[in-house]
Design a protein around this ligand. Structure first.
Ligand SMILES: *[C@@H]1O[C@H](CO)[C@@H](O)[C@H](O)[C@H]1NC(C)=O
Ligand SMILES: *[C@@H]1O[C@H](CO)[C@@H](O)[C@H](O)[C@H]1NC(C)=O
Ligand SMILES: *[C@@H]1O[C@H](CO)[C@@H](O)[C@H](O)[C@H]1NC(C)=O
Ligand SMILES: *[C@@H]1O[C@H](CO)[C@@H](O)[C@H](O)[C@H]1NC(C)=O
Ligand SMILES: *[C@@H]1O[C@H](CO)[C@@H](O)[C@H](O)[C@H]1NC(C)=O
Ligand SMILES: *[C@@H]1O[C@H](CO)[C@@H](O)[C@H](O)[C@H]1NC(C)=O
Length: 399
């Protein structure tokens, strides 16, 4: 506390400090080889956002996700034109964020959308492959020569009445549990949370019994949280627009989620969303006290917010971020709805100290920054935004 107060004082007196500049890295999708995707670096200093790098084509046409490992950045390209093969790029990045140099490009299963580091010294990199319906692992201990370790693809039996996104398996995220022994992967196509037990040394994995979610729910992104009362897992579902919570029981070779602790609509108990709404992201605050979800395509219930790129430019339409407090028994209680900063927030992330929320707004070509009160957990105001163009798909702080 004292340290924080002193640090704040130093910044207030305007003395130079490295902590005052933060780098943000983003992926933006293109639509074709003639309109490729790009990676951008945004510098955030004293309330101002500035694009300091914008490299086109370096992560293919459909960059979806970024992972940081020291001075390396891994980027996934979904390669929509292929379907069966995606790409994992490894870049070395200069300290100032202005130059990404490709070190390696590897094939992945089709349509990779998410990564997580795992294993000893976080030398493993697991990938969720949406289009290819798979899960995969890489050894990144030597950044100059990352290598594929293992991969799996899943076949499912289609449920009656299921739609276009549930004809095949579609893992959408990979999430490491607090012990580092398991990775959970919500499978949007299969209505399952797939569970993998990992070996921290060899990086090998074994799939164990998956956890079902309701039919046609479409689990997309989730998170673990460790509280005094135990470990919990939460997932947001894209098709049914709900948040589901479970208490996690640890077994030797698997995670037993047992009965659901709760299942509520994304906007809270007894609320509904317009047809076509597709919830996207779920994030837990660094202090484990709040859960935030983003919702997309809320056509008839979009919010009116000041244009975060320029407050003088009037109001714009925005999808929401919905904010919950996590209670000591793992249930959640509604706090607020705040504008995401525009349309289609495919992804958002928090700064390490929880004071900033960064959103990637796919349909507005924008990345926005929202101030968050770490004590109350409330999102309070837009700090600013930059117009990147393209279709921003992810935005993360490199701290
Ligand atoms: C980026 O770094 C690479 C490797 O050091 C170098 O070849 C290239 O010229 C640099 N590009 C820019 C724009 O500085
Ligand atoms: C998946 O694993 C098989 C063998 O286990 C290998 O032949 C194949 O190249 C791997 N696929 C990818 C995309 O890494
Ligand atoms: C939601 O509706 C149910 C059933 O009508 C009711 O029992 C419950 O109290 C309501 N909850 C809230 C938070 O309004
Ligand atoms: C958004 O919702 C509308 C209205 O239901 C629907 O027609 C449209 O396909 C949806 N868009 C996406 C990208 O899902
Ligand atoms: C969890 O705690 C909240 C807040 O104290 C309480 O309202 C709720 O009934 C509890 N739920 C369960 C399942 O224990
Ligand atoms: C970044 O590059 C893309 C692709 O070339 C371009 O469309 C976009 O306008 C650029 N954005 C900025 C902020 O320079």
């Amino acid at each position: 506390m004292l340290y924080k107060t002193l640090a704040a004082g130093v910044i207030a007196f305007g003395l130079p400090t490295f902590a005052s500049a933060t780098l943000i890295f983003t992926t933006s999708m293109g639509t074709s080889v003639t309109n490729p995707g790009f990676l951008s670096t945004i510098k955030y200093t004293d309330g101002k956002l500035e694009v300091i790098n914008n490299q086109t084509s370096v992560c293919g046409v459909n960059p979806s996700w970024l992972e940081f490992a020291g001075d390396h950045i891994y980027c996934l390209d979904e390669v929509w034109a292929s379907g069966s093969i995606g790409s994992l790029y490894n870049f070395q990045v200069t300290r100032d964020g202005t130059n990404l140099t490709q070190i390696k490009k590897l094939d992945t299963l089709g349509g990779p959308v998410s990564t997580v580091r795992y294993g000893k010294s976080l030398k493993g990199l697991a990938i969720a492959a949406y289009a290819g319906g798979g899960f995969q692992s890489f050894d990144i201990s030597n950044p100059a020569a990352p290598k594929a370790i293992q991969n799996s693809t899943f076949t499912i039996s289609q449920k009656p009445g299921s739609g276009a996104q549930q004809k095949t398996s579609h893992p959408h995220e990979v999430i490491l549990d607090p012990t580092g022994d398991f990775i959970a992967a919500p499978d949007l196509g299969a209505d399952l949370i797939r569970i993998f037990k990992v070996d921290k040394n060899t990086l090998k994995y074994v799939e164990s019994k998956p956890v079902p979610t309701p039919d046609q729910s479409g689990p997309r992104h989730g998170a673990f949280v460790k509280l005094d009362s135990g470990t919990y897992f939460y997932v947001v579902t894209e098709l049914s627009n709900q948040i589901i919570g479970w208490k996690v029981n640890y077994k030797t070779d698997t995670l037993d989620f047992g009965e659901k602790l709760f299942i509520i609509p994304t906007h809270g108990p007894n609320t509904s969303v317009p047809p076509g709404t597709a919830a996207s992201e779920l994030v837990i605050s660094p202090d484990s006290k709040f859960l935030l979800v983003a919702s997309r395509n809320e056509t008839t219930s979009l919010m009116d917010i000041p244009n975060p790129e320029d407050k003088a430019a009037g109001q714009i339409k925005s999808d929401p971020i919905i904010n919950y407090a996590i209670q000591s028994n793992g249930t959640i209680s509604f706090q607020q709805v705040f504008g995401a900063g525009g349309k289609n927030p495919r992804h958002f992330s928090l700064s390490k100290d929880g004071s900033l929320v960064l959103t990637a707004l796919q349909d507005d070509g924008r990345v926005a920054l929202i101030k968050r009160d770490v004590q109350t957990g409330k999102l309070t105001e837009f700090i600013g935004a930059v117009h990147l163009g393209g279709l921003p798909t992810s935005a993360k702080f490199k701290e």
